[in-house]
Design a protein around this ligand. Structure first.
Ligand code: SF4
Length: 285
């Protein structure tokens, strides 16, 4: 059977709901909710068509997948492996909120076959993390990173965000520099999108969001920092929300930066067009 197939499993449970988030995620779940959900996903895997290719990647995203137990991770991953097969060297990732980092659990997941962890860092500035309503601090991110290394993960992604309320060029530069200094294999930087139906949408005029030009400059800073070979970082990629990054140094143009501003997207696209063309630009798929 040929390779070339990715499996994404969504785990829609979170510790709390971030005020900018419009993903399918629910705070306040209990063990029974999670068990019922896992059983439903197992049924779905069982009932879905037959495999024609082996999976080259499996990604547990959310939500906050670490709210599942090791047994539930094992059951889901085993079901995927049994149904589709995993190619040699398949990349098996789970997304980790730094608030849920737990070295023992990381070790257990490594022993189940997980070989990549994606840490939802967003910022290394505590004021910005508070503004985002995140359930963790910058220190928690550093500890989560250490825990992942200690558990044997060498393939680690850090998600960062730009366009955060009251974010400045200086604070973003510090976050980027700190993230790069950790030496992850991958960094993804996403623009905050203020989505209708979220608490941020109702408060957007008072949040202190960076203006169009300032946000364009943040994007340009991230793309210039991350597209270059950076010492200590094997591969760095910047992409916009909804983008999928697999090629080191790839810069995705922003597809949509704000739910309300086509002008903002245009301003950022103009900035990008002036960047030196060291890497090919691809649209997010
Ligand atoms: S942790 Fe992620 S998925 Fe959960 S509410 Fe916050 S942004 Fe949404």
């Amino acid at each position: 059977m040929p390779d070339g197939f990715g499996v994404y499993l969504h785990v829609p449970f979170c510790l709390s709901k971030c005020p900018y988030c419009d993903f399918c995620s629910f705070p306040g779940s209990n063990g029974e909710d999670r068990e019922n959900y896992v059983k439903a996903v197992l049924r779905e895997i069982e009932e879905r068509g037959f495999p024609v290719r082996r999976a080259t990647s499996v990604f547990f995203g959310g939500g906050t997948p670490a709210l599942l137990t090791e047994r539930q991770f094992d059951a889901l991953l085993s079901a995927v492996a049994k149904k589709y097969g995993l190619s040699d060297g398949a990349e098996i990732t789970f997304e980790m909120n730094p608030a849920t980092a737990d070295r023992e659990k990381l070790r257990a997941l490594a022993s189940l076959g997980f070989n990549r962890v994606s840490i939802g860092c967003q910022s290394l500035d505590d004021g910005e993390l508070r503004a985002l309503g995140r359930a963790h601090t910058a220190e928690d991110v550093l500890m989560a990173y250490e825990d992942a290394l200690a558990a044997g993960f060498s393939n680690i992604n850090l998600d960062l965000m730009y366009g955060i309320p009251r974010q400045t060029a200086g604070s973003f530069a510090k976050t980027l520099a700190k993230a790069v200094s950790l030496g992850p294999t991958h960094i993804s930087s996403y623009g905050l999108i203020v989505e209708e139906g979220t608490p941020f949408f109702d408060r957007q005029t008072t949040l202190g969001l960076p203006g169009e030009d300032a946000e364009a400059d943040l994007y340009a800073m991230a793309s210039q920092t991350l597209r270059s070979p950076v010492r200590g970082t094997n591969a760095a990629t910047i992409c916009c929300i909804g983008g999928r990054a697999s090629t080191p140094g790839t810069v995705f143009p922003p597809r949509r930066i704000s739910g309300v501003s086509a002008r903002r997207t245009h301003a950022i696209s103009k900035r990008i067009s002036r960047l030196p063309r060291r890497a090919s630009r691809r649209r997010p798929s």
